[in-house]
Structures are given as structure tokens and as C-alpha cells.
Design a protein around this ligand. Sequence first.
Ligand code: ADP
Length: 624
Amino acid sequence: MNGQPLDGFVEGFIEQDANGRITQWSDESERLFGWTAAQAVGRRSHVLMPERNRERHDQTIASFLAAPTRRIQRMEVTALHRDGQEFRAEFYSSIEDREGAAVITTVVRAVTPDARAEAAFRQSARYRGILNQIEDGCSLVDLRGTYLFVNDAFCRMFGLARSGIIGQNYRVWQDPTRQAETFEKFNRVFTTGQPAKAWEWPLSPTQFIEQSISLERDAEGQPVGFVSIYRDCTARKFAETELARAKEAAESANQAKGEFLANMSHEIRTPMNGIIGMTTLALDTALTPQQTDYLQTIRSQADSLLVVVNDILDFSKIESRRIELEQVTFSLRDVIADVAKPHAMRAREKGIGFSSDVAADAPALIVGDPVRVKQVLTNLLSNAIKFTAQGAVTMTVGIDGRGPFTTTLHIRITDTGIGIPTHKLTAIFDPFRQVDGSTTRRFGGTGLGLAISATLVELMRGLIWAESDLGAGSTFHVIVSFGVARADATGDPHHLEPFSAPLQRGCRVLVAEDNIVNQRVAEGLLTRRGHRVTVVNNGREAVAAVQQGPFDLVLMDVQMPEMDGIEATAAIRAWERDTGHRVRIVAMTAHAMTGDRDRCLEAGMDGYLSKPIDQQSLFAAVEQ
Ligand code: ADP
């Protein structure tokens, strides 16, 4: 047969007895199998099969005869022509009882490739020649899925011989999953007329094929078959996996870097707390003028170092998006005054002017994150002063717009300093960017301040930008909307307002802290302020001390050996449920990461101080 289509439609007719011996043989059977009736009758019907399948054929007949319901059975098999050629054929068999003996009647039909599809395809021999040159595999099947053509690349790709595949149904070499998938695609392409776009399937665990299918039509436009194109996409697939893996590695490295930065700056902040606290205490003792000078220098150097460390911590938090803004009610004028005060001093020391002004019609109380607002403004003001040698720095707060529940503020910080070249006006908001490398040496700084400010303003859904005249000065603009609070609104109960009015003195304070330096700093500062301080080393001791009490306040370190601050707070709160007492507990933590605050409040703490603890917020927490 050689894969050549038969001209016309041939159906053979065969009868055989219960022993599988041929009893009837039609002319059509002769045309199909090459045996004459005289030659065929009396032979076992398994001669119509290739040698290798004969045993199976005999078994099939036996089980067919034994089957309780002898319905018509259809089989598609590889049949054998007398001349040795194999071909695909369909057998439809049924059993009849004739005078007490079983007779098997079979109609045989050759499964022939669709002549029309073949003809349509054959119209272009050149087309086939070209297809044999290309790298991609290509096949044509008729509408029944019988291969009419495969190109060389197809045979190479799948390791199949052309002679073995032509005339066969695609099912013969596909596993059931692939068969179902291919059938589904053929069906869709046939019903929609649209090609099936390239999809991938694994040929083996290490080889991937991308296949697309389109409908083949004859000259009249009638669908006659399907053309498939196959591409080995293994390399691309592996490159993709590699890329994904590399991306994942880079991301986790980046995260590790962020965590390292956060941990490092936390580790540095803890001893810094000790240095600054102890220096402050030492400055309060009897000193020679020279000693005072030395200690003041230490203090100011330590303060500067803390700014850098805080910048790095903030930056790593911001970069890993582990920062959350608070929403508390605060006084706009107080915050502006707080920010302005140290800068006014700094400007005076430098011999330049300083002024700050809040528009008269600005609301008194607004809702937002005062700490982060201060951080942005502090950063802009310290830059303005840093880069200005003569003239003045001004901060103005104006109203940009009002809504029913919001006010939009426009804050301008203007200086008469060195200015910024126009082409650098955007880049300065990128991390680690300074106008020129020499800036660092001349003026110091990490280049992180503006990047942090820009991200914070972005988190507040605001805008920040700069204008500048090189050599004449710069103006930094910030526009942010805030909620407007009623004048009698109380703030967030957990927010520690900056301490200003004289508050309660002589409080009984329990400090639970394992670090000796921190213990002494807290004890020193609070005692000097007139409070009575008891120090314990861990959570367990803290619980015991509270039970013996009484205390007005517990300053609870979060990370402590034996029992941490969170557990200790939970134990204290549980004990209080039976006694009716309630002591205020304020967390102290160097963690300063998003989520810490929530954990502390969840455990039943009333407030939260982040380390290093600055005097003002410490006193505010105690004396509130
Ligand atoms: P740092 O000040 O720590 O270097 P910043 O991110 O705050 O980092 O600022 C980045 C750079 O932008 C500065 O190094 C400086 O070159 C420039 N810059 C910022 N503010 C001003 C200003 N007011 N006048 C002139 N240059 C400025």
C-alpha cells in the first residue's frame, strides 16, 4: 500500500467458523488482502494479520465467542496483504448461530488516507520541498487524523521513520493525555476555523515541544485536514526557568540585604542609645569646662551618627515596604514649631536667617502621621541649612485646597544656598544620589534623605519636587492632604503626644530591661526627673514586681531573656483580671519595624517607644 490512497472505497466480506477458519471470502476481500477465495477458504483468519499479532487475534476471537452479549465488535487493526505490505483496517464482526454452530461474519474496510486532503496538499510539491528544508517539524493529517505528510524535521524531532507514520492515525504514537489534547485542538480548529496558537507539551521530562495547528482547505475552501508545526522549545523553556530562578535568587538576595541593613542598624542603635544616654547623664555632673566641651562633642557626634543609622534603617524599611503610616490627630502648629526649633538654632549658629510661618486659616488639628511629616520637613530643612552659607532659610505652610473632610497643605522650604543644576532636580530624589561626588566630602550626608522623604510623601499620596536657581538657592515643595479633626477631638489613645505641659512628677516606674547600659540610662534620666525607679532584668521578674507593686507605669523592653515583654504583659494582664488593678505598660523596642507596634498593643500594652529612647518621649510616656 505504501501509504498510497486506494482509489475508491473497498469493503471486504469474510466469514469464519468458531475455530477461526475462513469459510467465505468475497472478491473485495481478495482486492484488499491479495488472496483468492480458493486460497483463503480453509485458512485460519489470523493470516490476515502480521505474524506478531496473530496470537492476539486468536485470543480476541476466543473471547468474542465467549462473551455473553455478542454484539457487533469494531476493531482497528494493522492488517497484512499477501505480498507482505501492512495496512490499517477496520473490522466489524458479529456472531451468528447457524444450525447450532457459531459463525463469525466480518466486514473489513481499509482505513485509507483521505484522498482529497492528499490531493489538495500534493498540488504543491514545491511547498513540500520547502517544508523539508525548515527546522521546524511539520505534519499534515486528514480530517480523521491520518498522517498524509511529515517533513524531515518532524521525523528527526520525534525519532520516527516516515514510512512508519504515513497512513497511521496520530493516536498510534501519542499517549492518552496527548491524544485527548490533540483531539480537542483538532476539534476546536475544525469548528472555529481558527488556528490553535502555539502551546507547549513535554515530549520527555527534558524536552519540550511547541505545537500549532491550522486548518488545511482544498481549492474550493472545504476543510480537508490539519497542518501542525512543531518547534523544539526546550532551550527557551530552560532559559525561562533559569531566568525565573535567577530572579527569585536576586529578589531573595535583595530581601536579605534589606533585612541585614535593618538588623545592622538595629544592632547599632542599641549601643548608641547607651552612648547618648550616658553622655547626657555625665553632662549633668560636676565637670571642668574642658570635660563639658569634650562630652558635648561626643554627644553631637553621636547624634549625627544616629541620624545616619536612622536613615539607613528607614531606607531599608521603606525599600522593603515594611513601613506603615499612622493616622492620628495632631496639632499642625505644634509639629511645625517642633521641627523649626532645632533648625532655627542651627541657622543662628551658622549666621543665616530662619523663619517659619503657618497660614492663619490653616486648621489647628489635622489627621495624619506627625512623626513622618516631621521627618520629611526635618530632612528638607537640614539640607536647606547645610547647603546655605549666607542669606536665609524659610518654611511656609499654606493651604492648597479644602474638601469637606480634608485640607491640602502646600509646604515650601526655600533657601539662598548653592542651588541645584536643573538636570539634577529629579535625580536627587533617587537613593544614594548627590549632586556631585564632592558634596559628600564637603557637606557630608548619605544621599538617602530625599529618597526617604520622597517615598514617605508618596505613601501619604502627596507630591514633592524641587525648583532651583544654581548659585541663588532652591525651593522644595511638598503638597499633602490631611484629614481635618474637630477641635475637641482627642488623639489616638496610643499615640504619645510630644510632652510640653508639666505633668505628673514622682511616678513609680518599673523598668524591665536586660541591657545594663539601657537600664542605667533609663534609671538615670527618670531619677533625675524626680521619679522613683525599680529595675528588673527580664519579664518574669517584671511580673513578680508588678504583683508586689504598686507601680504607675511599666517600661517594658520587648526582647528579654527567660520571658519576653509580650509574654510578661500578657501574664500581668491575666493577673490583673482577678485583682481589678491596671498598670500602664509602655513597650520599649529597638525593632521599630511595622507590625511590632501592633504586636505590643495586641498583647495589652498601652503605648510604644522605639529605641533609642529620646528623653522627651520617655518623660511624656511616664508623666502622661
Ligand atoms: P544628603 O543630604 O544626605 O546627601 P539627600 O538625599 O538629602 O542626601 O540630598 C541629596 C543631594 O541633593 C544632596 O547631596 C545635595 O547634592 C542635593 N541637595 C539637597 N537639598 C539641597 C539644597 N537645599 N540645596 C542644594 N542642594 C541640595
